[in-house]
Design a protein around this ligand. Structure first.
Ligand SMILES: Nc1ncnc2c1ncn2[C@@H]1O[C@H](COP(=O)(O)OP(=O)(O)OP(=O)(O)O)[C@@H](O)[C@H]1O
Length: 598
């Protein structure tokens, strides 16, 4: 097994943190500073109550006593108020800087994550995409990325702040009264455990609600995209009932979530209230018995109130940590997938050469059956070969192998004597034009879609390619001509128009090898013949591979290969095969084709 690039979560997080580390570091510094300043004010207020307003014999800190005295402050209480305001202001500025650094860090992080994920996904082998459902990948690249970002920016930096608050807060509290600090401390684990328990419950309920929301939007999406089927089969009432049922389940899940949240908040308030109550009672008694000054009592209560929120938050951080851990693993799965690799010094040979399939055997899964079984044939450069075969006989698979979308299991494919494994994969693919049966068009203009395989294409080239693909007529009928926007998944085009757009894409590529994988199927026989004729004149030297169920598409090829269950059953020209009285002849008879060329 190949070594994983990111064996641990930490390694992946550090990889993504490149570029945003400095912002998070600064945000932690500002978080610490803001906590410090927040914690100074209760001290000042406590001191003021005891020494300045009251009569407790206390001294000013050394750095202040050089230019201030308690008597001076007694006459100018406003100075103390100004100090309190100043400290609060500095605290607020630190909090602002914390927040700014934190959000800058988070946005930089999420941008790096998306870019690196996308770049990695772009370089993964074709087989990987087939194995992994698109919806799941999108979920990983959006929701999981967001989850990790939120955890790192909101929870993790928050945790540093909480720890600082706890350490400094408890130190200050113990300097006032160790006994009372211990009483406050007893409640802390109770609050943390309680909040952890609830957050875990909340997370589980939230996951259910999330899933139900996904189910609900799937039903809505299916009905919107499949509206024609729903109408044609009169399924409206059934679909409405199905939606309502799912909506009930979804609403119930969210109601449960709200009930849980309300319970969490009120019980939390209850426990914190109880803690404050105990502290107030014990503190009052201590002041009454002269064990504590009123100023210290006020400071203590302020510290206690300040600590309750971070402690409750700690439970959330711990529970979110496990959820973020799951998300990091889901992203790690993608980042650990092996990218497609070329050999050390890949070759870029002339591609206008003979193509040879030499004892090629292939299976998709290691444990699965052989789909291509010991197939050998040669395609002379510049010739046209037709491949005929029943559904699932392996025609498309053969072409995927030639394009190196999958590696052959046994045997080899050579172009001009060079094994395709030794050829640079980008070079190989850019020299093999492949038109698929169901082409995929991007949500861009027709012009941009046609020019997709050739950045340097001029408008005249686009027009010429459209003419060869018999698309020009249709385009001229569109209001916006070549600027017509191809809607989501190309819905504004008919099946035949889409196929012709894909053919135009390939023509503009000027590839020395052209493959038409059942890509003339949505065209009527006349257009099919017209396009093939135009292609022949335009492409001249190119080697052409035609895959089709329609004999008329293939019959003029220099060589026809009949594939049956992954094996070559018959090879020859139309006349030769017709005479053989085999599978080819049978198909000709079904399609009412005679033994002569069209
Ligand atoms: N990604 C895959 N994983 C596993 N098996 C696959 C995969 N793709 C195709 N197959 C199987 O390989 C066999 C050949 O498929 P292929 O698409 O090459 O046939 P085809 O001759 O082009 O069929 P059609 O004329 O219907 O397009 C089929 O049995 C199919 O189920």
């Amino acid at each position: 097994m190949e070594k994983e690039k990111f064996p641990t979560k930490l390694k992946l997080v550090l990889y993504f943190l490149q570029g945003s580390k400095k912002y998070f570091f600064l945000s932690i510094i500002f978080a610490i500073l803001s906590s410090l300043f927040d914690l100074i004010n209760p001290k000042i207020i406590g001191f003021t109550v005891d020494a300045i307003i009251g009569d407790a014999p206390k001294k000013l800190p050394a750095f202040l006593s050089s230019f201030l005295s308690i008597d001076m402050l007694k006459g100018n209480l406003l100075l103390v108020a100004a100090l309190v305001m100043l400290v609060a202001l500095i605290g607020a500025i630190c909090r602002y800087l914390f927040s700014l650094m934190n959000s800058t860090g988070a946005e930089t992080l999420v941008m790096t994550m998306r870019n690196r994920l996308f770049e990695h996904i772009e370089h993964l082998p074709f087989a990987w995409y087939v194995k992994n459902p698109t919806g799941d990948l999108i979920q990983r690249c959006t929701n999981d990325v967001e989850m990790v970002k939120n955890f790192l920016s909101e929870q993790l930096t928050g945790m540093f702040r909480i720890i600082v608050m706890l350490v400094i807060g408890l130190t200050f509290m113990s300097s006032i009264s160790v006994k009372l600090m211990l009483v406050a401390l007893v409640f802390l684990p109770i609050i943390v455990l309680y909040s952890l328990f609830f957050h875990n419950k909340l997370a589980a309920t939230f996951a259910v609600a999330d899933e139900e929301e996904g189910n609900l939007s799937s039903i809505a999406q299916e009905n919107l995209t499949g509206v024609r089927v729903v109408r044609a089969f009169g399924r409206e009432r059934y679909e409405k009932a199905r939606f309502e049922k799912q909506n009930d389940i979804y609403t119930a899940a969210y109601m449960k979530l709200s009930a849980l949240m309300s319970a969490f908040r009120s019980i939390g308030e209850g426990i914190s209230g109880l803690q404050v109550f105990v502290i107030v009672v014990l503190g009052t008694l201590a002041v009454y018995h002269g064990e504590m000054t009123p100023g210290n009592f006020i400071a203590f209560i302020s510290y206690n109130a300040m600590l309750v929120w971070p402690i409750r938050r700690l439970g959330r951080v711990i529970s979110e940590m496990s959820r973020a851990g799951v998300s990091i693993d889901r992203i790690r799965y993608i980042m650990n997938a092996q990218e497609e690799v070329n050999i050390a010094q890949p070759l870029k040979p002339d591609m206008h050469q003979d193509i040879i399939f030499d004892h090629v055997t292939f299976r998709y899964d290691e444990q699965g059956p052989d789909i291509i079984k010991d197939v050998s044939f040669a395609i002379e450069k510049g010739s046209t070969i037709g491949i005929l075969g029943g559904t699932g006989s392996g025609k498309s698979t053969l072409m995927y192998l030639l394009d190196r979308l999958y590696p052959v299991t046994k045997g080899k494919i050579t172009i001009g004597g060079v094994d395709i494994r030794d050829i640079d994969s980008d070079y190989l693919r850019s020299n093999i034009g492949l038109v698929l049966q169901e082409p995929y068009l991007f949500s861009r203009s027709l012009k941009d879609n046609i020019a997709i395989a050739n950045d340097k294409a001029q408008f005249a080239d686009i027009e010429e390619a459209s003419r060869i693909a018999s698309l020009d007529h249709a385009i001229n009928h569109f209001k916006h001509g070549y600027d017509t926007f191809v809607g989501e998944r190309g819905v504004t085009l008919s099946g035949g128009q889409k196929q012709r757009t894909a053919i135009a894409q390939m023509v503009i590529q000027h590839a020395p090898v052209m493959i038409f994988d059942d890509s003339l199927s949505a065209l009527d026989a006349e257009t099919d013949a017209k396009i093939r004729h135009a292609l022949k004149t335009a492409t001249g030297q190119a080697t052409v591979i035609l895959i089709s169920h329609r004999i008329t598409t293939l019959m003029n090829a220099d060589q026809i290969l009949v594939l049956n269950h992954g094996k070559i059953a018959e090879v020859g020209t139309h006349e030769e095969l017709y005479k053989q009285n085999g599978i080819y002849k049978k198909i000709c008879d079904i399609q009412n084709i005679g033994g002569r060329h069209a």
